[in-house]
Write a protein that binds this ligand. Structure first.
Ligand SMILES: Nc1ncnc2c1ncn2[C@@H]1O[C@H](COP(=O)(O)OP(=O)(O)OP(=O)(O)O)[C@@H](O)[C@H]1O
Ligand SMILES: [Mg+2]
Length: 333
């Protein structure tokens, strides 16, 4: 199921509860597809990045080659928020009188921790990555942060699109108002200098730039939304351990994704206990099978694959290739 999805889709998301193996499985899938000749980009959207740890090197916001045909990148929402706030700060300082610059700083400090700020910044970077990545790569593999966060993110492009649309409409109204003001006085007066405009940067130029920016943004969110709801392009793989809580959380995540219109391509049950390594682990395996049976009943018809528990940590390309070879349909008994 996993390797079929990798060769038939353009975008794969891996999500699930903390510590179940999302990063490991995403990286193994990405590497297998690169080994098969695909150009693949592995993207981490988890603020607690561990792609670097897996590949034994630092991976940052610039894509870098980690294996033949495979590039990796870590999206950093903090850095994105900072860059965005710096831009807004510049614009505000130009618009406001000098003695209010303390107020600007205060406003920016509060915005940094505003609800949704990080998610919006992260989403903007994901949208950018998808837009560019689909041009340069055959497959984009997203290793996401633990469940709740990701499901909210999947529903967000639609909200952000509507929000940007609202801003555009407000901006058009403001522009009409600006025209009115400019017609009342000279451009050098109210419209020009008071708004921080220089000759080469009239309010009309600035309005135009803001409008272009908002249009680009709306287009980008709409494109992301179209991409993730198209089941022939995008699939979401839920990774889980065969335990009670991860199973319940998987059922919940599946429902959330369905509400967001995102197709779940399959379930990957990781760290299955061996049947032939003593009575303790054999009992554990029977318990796991019972949980998987619950899962199968709750989500009938969904492809389910499994990976055995490894004796060692999974680090580096050789170990990842080893795990891709051990993917098997999941047994529920
Ligand atoms: N099949 C396996 N057998 C043994 N260890 C595994 C297996 N899969 C993953 N691991 C180990 O489990 C740990 C967690 O894996 P991983 O980092 O891939 O999980 P994650 O879901 O990405 O975690 P997080 O939610 O923190 O991002 C790692 O140390 C990894 O090497
Ligand atoms: Mg991870």
């Amino acid at each position: 199921m996993l390797l079929t999805l990798a060769s038939s889709r353009r975008v794969l998301f891996f999500g699930g509860k903390g510590g179940v193996g999302k990063t490991t499985v995403a990286a193994a899938t990405a590497l297998a597809q690169a080994d098969a000749g695909g150009r693949v980009l592995l993207v981490s959207t988890d603020p607690a990045h561990n792609l670097g740890h897996l590949w034994g090197r630092t991976i940052g916001p610039q894509a870098q080659r980690v294996a033949p045909g495979l590039d990796a990148v870590e999206i950093d929402p903090d850095a994105t928020v900072e860059a965005h706030l710096a831009q807004v700060g510049d614009a505000l300082r130009r618009l406001m009188p000098e003695h209010l610059s303390g107020e600007v700083d205060k406003h920016l400090a509060l915005s940094r921790d505003a609800p949704g700020m990080h998610e919006a910044a992260l989403l903007e970077r994901i949208a950018e990555t998808v837009e560019r990545g689909l041009r340069d790569y055959d497959l984009l593999v997203f290793d996401t942060a633990p469940s709740g966060h990701t499901a909210r993110l999947m529903a967000l492009p639609e909200m952000m699109s509507a929000w940007t649309e609202g801003l555009l409409q407000r901006q058009q109204r403001a522009e009409r108002f600006g025209d009115l003001v400019r017609n009342l006085g000279s451009d050098e007066g109210i419209g020009g200098r008071a708004l921080g405009g220089e000759r080469a940067d009239t309010p009309a130029d600035r309005d135009q730039r803001i409008r272009e920016l908002l249009h680009r943004r709306r287009h980008r969110f709409a494109h992301l939304r179209e991409t993730i709801v198209d089941a022939t392009t995008t699939a979401f793989v839920i990774v889980l351990a065969a335990e009670r809580l991860p199973v319940l959380e998987t059922i919940e995540l599946h429902a959330q994704l369905q509400r967001a219109g995102v197709a779940v391509g399959g379930l990957l049950v990781n760290k299955r206990s061996p049947a032939d390594a003593g009575t303790f682990l054999a009992a554990r395996r029977r318990q796991e099978a019972a949980h998987l049976e619950t899962l199968r009943m709750a989500l009938p018809g969904l492809a389910m694959e499994q990976l055995p528990l490894q004796p060692d940590d999974v680090l580096g390309a050789a170990a990842l290739r080893g795990i891709a070879r051990q993917l098997l349909p999941a047994e529920t008994s």
